[in-house]
Design a protein around this ligand. Sequence first.
Ligand code: NAP
Length: 281
Amino acid sequence: MSTDSKIPSVTLNNGVAMPQLGFGVWQVPDDEAEKAVATALEAGYRSIDTAAIYENERGTGKALAASGIPREELFVTTKLWNSDQGYDSALRAFDASLERLGLDEVDLYLIHWPTPAKNAYVDSYRALEKILGEGRAKAIGVSNFLPEHLERLTAETGVVPAVNQIELHPQLAQAESRALHAELGIATEAWSPLGSGRGLLEVPAIVAVARKHGRSPAQVVLRWHLQTGNVVIPKSVTPSRIRENVDVFDFELDAEDMAAIAALDEGRRLGPNPAEFNAGA
Ligand SMILES: NC(=O)c1ccc[n+]([C@@H]2O[C@H](COP(=O)([O-])OP(=O)(O)OC[C@H]3O[C@@H](n4cnc5c(N)ncnc54)[C@H](OP(=O)(O)O)[C@@H]3O)[C@@H](O)[C@H]2O)c1
């Protein structure tokens, strides 16, 4: 990262530095992704979270190339889709992602979902270990892995995942997963950190904390994540929001604010339960 960036990094379990705040591009069509990622890079984001299934790796890659930002200052994550799980198919899928991104390597490669019906995440992860060994991913990890999946993975493979990217926001605070991640040395990355545009930002307790600080509800929720220790990847296609979401490093929530937001946890999933999600199996 450039030295003047305000975005702090977390150090992953293999020593790689990852920006604590990045930009997510789920549900952004390829042609719009180019524009949104360009806006994000201009606003100061350096970490971009895409996935093969988002079908916007090409647009993302074009924006990265056009930015002129040195490759070593960027942090690019992509993910292995469920239908490509398996050792050989994961290696092929990774090559295809690199080709679409126009990159020689990614910073982080994740297994997108455990996809239990396929029973292939251990073999898939062995492919990721090979990719890591070749230096074509600086770090490898998983997404949507429940404690049971992490326990099997760490028992049967050699590299502890650097990251588990899971649904996490104030209404789904994921205490059990976060505790296991801390024990195993896995960074917790929050997806749908703002509640994916489905009402979280209008919850009165969040609005009250936002008013108290003269900031937006989204900024307050992002501060809660950062102060909790989560890596966070808010998505927006709206330039003013893209800028607003990275402008969160000049204020702090106090213990009372943090407690008011923590009280909203109700174990409420917006997305599927990973134990049952087998799309593409
Ligand atoms: N691993 C996984 O399985 C998985 C699953 C889901 C998501 N993810 C990752 O996590 C990223 C973020 O999750 P997400 O896209 O579900 O949702 P999110 O970041 O929680 O929320 C995005 C929604 O909030 C709106 N928004 C953004 N900033 C705002 C602001 N400052 N004020 C008001 N509204 C705002 C956006 O609207 P506009 O865009 O219209 O501005 C959009 O509707 C994804 O893009 C993806 O990279 C991963």
